[in-house]
Design a protein around this ligand. Structure first.
Ligand SMILES: [Zn+2]
Length: 110
């Protein structure tokens, strides 16, 4: 089925001034992004698939994903992640289904 799948959405990006790029040694050039993963059904976000992260150096374009991120960048990632909440619209599909079920239940009594 091609109707369901996973999508990424950048929740927050921040250039950390505490991180020095391990490749070009430039300080204040690494942009850390928190990526929210959501599962969608027919393009409607249904469930949150957790958070991931990546970083990019503006100066030399060195990219890191969460898996191969050096500890110093990872620290900045976790700090930033603390400030980010999973957006409610990640669950829109689920909320609609719940509302429909409730409407169906209540319609029996009215
Ligand atoms: Zn760099």
């Amino acid at each position: 089925m091609f109707l369901a799948g996973k999508k990424n959405f950048i929740l927050k990006s921040e250039t950390s001034n505490e991180v020095t790029c391990p490749k070009c040694n430039t300080q204040n050039s690494t942009k850390v992004s928190i990526i929210g993963v959501y599962k969608h059904l027919v393009q409607i976000p249904f469930l949150s698939g957790g958070k991931s992260g990546e970083s990019i150096c503006i100066s030399c374009n060195q990219k890191f994903t969460l898996k191969n991120m050096p500890a110093s960048i990872k620290l900045a990632y976790f700090e930033l992640k603390e400030t980010v909440k999973t957006p409610i619209w990640f669950f829109s599909g689920l909320i609609v289904v719940k509302v429909l079920v409730l409407v169906k239940i209540f319609s029996r009594y009215f």
